[in-house]
Design a protein around this ligand. Structure first.
Ligand SMILES: [Zn+2]
Length: 435
């Protein structure tokens, strides 16, 4: 199948992003050619005169089924949000409900122009089936925890719970790696430095090396996590994770807010990626702001995620890019400290690099994971040829088409790979039943 996109305004690469009028030829699942004028016998030729074409956005940290909990635990302190609201409801979720939650999240992401997401949760088979059915791309990992006591003196159970968790993760990797036309790749996903024992983290590191896959973990998210780590291990989160073998070029460290200068150096030296989740951090009042300018200065690869919709409450990377940039400007009292280009990189190429996906750019031989935006929309007129025009003004409402692996998941704002209305109905019913 060959698809030719004619005369589109294409997002180019480079330190400073801009748009260039070009044609794009898609052959099977790859971008075959990008140039000024392509003429060939394509199966589908689309006039893109009024369309922006850009790489699909990459949501590098989320928990898709949490969409079922959206809007119900708002305005709570983090401790209450976790203990009283989120965890009791998650404990009730069945595998079937998880799949409905994942489909709901995928429908939203397709509409938001997200073509790939990085997920860790439980009942991962159900999420993998949702990815398989919907046509989206994902990096999936089973979230492992072996801490058994969260109050007073913490307790871990590696021999019992930890080893059981590892077995589930190993089976998931075996069953799903490179499945669904290779749209699914896997990760090893220990939950966090304070919820996993040292032995489990060591084992996770070995497993990630054995399978040559991503190691995805929450790291340095809150002040209370930092206090716990200093108190219990006499080490800061990144120092401890480094000791356990969890900081390397395969690591995706979600949040990375409370890190010292020397921890940034550890991350940079070991080529790990940091996934910033600004909206979730702001909503749960993590305090402070991640040291994005320092990460950039140290050349740490940055990507961006929404986290789950229970703490965001959307899965819009457009929104996260804008709010992330605003958070930094405000925190540093300096509007020039960060550029829209930095956040656009995180949402595209940075995410692809972190997740080891051959995408994130409109370029020959990259995967055909791309989106189209209608330029004739009041919120983005006048067109200005720079990244800020996109990052500070565009949003999911401008996304008309979403393609993954050379196949349309959404065409002219209609999702083509599943019955969206049916999913919305089921999701409402499921969410009601969890309360
Ligand atoms: Zn998370």
């Amino acid at each position: 199948m060959k698809i030719l996109l004619k005369n589109a305004l294409v997002l180019t690469n480079g330190k400073k992003y801009s748009f260039l009028r070009q044609d794009i030829l898609i052959n099977q699942n790859l971008i075959a050619e990008v140039s000024d004028d392509i003429s060939c016998n394509a199966d589908e030729i689309i006039d893109c005169t009024n369309r922006i074409v850009m790489p699909g956005l990459i949501n590098a940290h989320t928990h898709a089924p949490m969409s079922l909990l959206r809007g119900q635990g708002d305005d709570l302190q983090l401790k209450d949000w976790l203990n009283k609201f989120t965890w009791p409801r998650e404990a009730k979720m069945s595998s079937e409900q998880i799949k409905i939650g994942a489909m709901l999240a995928i429908a939203e992401m397709i509409r938001c122009g997200v073509t790939c997401f990085d997920e860790h949760y439980f009942h991962m088979d159900a999420i993998a089936k949702a990815v398989e059915q919907s046509g989206i791309r994902a990096v999936l990992g089973y979230s492992m925890i072996d801490r058994t006591k969260f109050v007073e003196k913490p307790e871990f159970d590696f021999e019992g719970k930890g080893k059981k968790e590892l077995k589930i993760s190993e089976k998931f990797i075996k069953d799903w790696n490179n499945k669904a036309e290779q749209r699914i790749t896997v990760s090893v996903s220990p939950h966090a430095s304070f919820t996993c024992s040292e032995q489990l983290l060591n084992a996770a590191s070995k497993s990630s090396k054995k399978h040559d896959c991503i190691l995805h973990i929450h790291a340095a998210e809150t002040r209370s996590e930092l206090a716990f780590m200093l108190n219990y291990y006499k080490l800061r989160p990144i120092q401890f994770l480094k000791k356990c073998g969890c900081i390397n070029e395969k690591s995706v460290l979600a949040h990375g807010v409370y890190v010292s200068k020397s921890e940034i150096e550890i991350i940079a030296r070991n080529k790990a990626s940091v996934c910033t989740c600004p909206v979730s951090n702001l909503k749960l009042a993590s305090g402070g702001a991640p040291p994005i300018p320092q990460y950039l200065k140290s050349k740490v690869n940055l990507c961006i995620g929404t986290d789950g919709a229970a703490s965001n409450n959307t899965l819009s990377i457009f929104e996260s890019m804008k709010i992330g940039a605003l958070e930094q400007k405000n925190f540093h009292f300096d509007a020039s400290i960060i550029r829209a280009d930095d956040y656009l990189y995180m949402g595209t190429k940075g995410g692809a690099k972190a997740l080891n996906i051959n995408a994130g750019e409109i370029q020959k031989n990259k995967l055909a994971d791309l989106i189209m935006l209608d330029i004739n929309s009041p919120n983005i007129i006048p067109f200005v040829n720079n990244a800020g025009w996109l990052v500070y003004a565009a949003g999911p409402q401008n996304v008309t088409d979403t393609m993954v692996n050379g196949k349309w998941l959404m065409r002219d704002r209609i999702i083509c790979t599943f019955d969206e209305y049916e999913i919305l109905k089921k999701a409402q019913k499921t969410a009601d039943s969890l309360n």
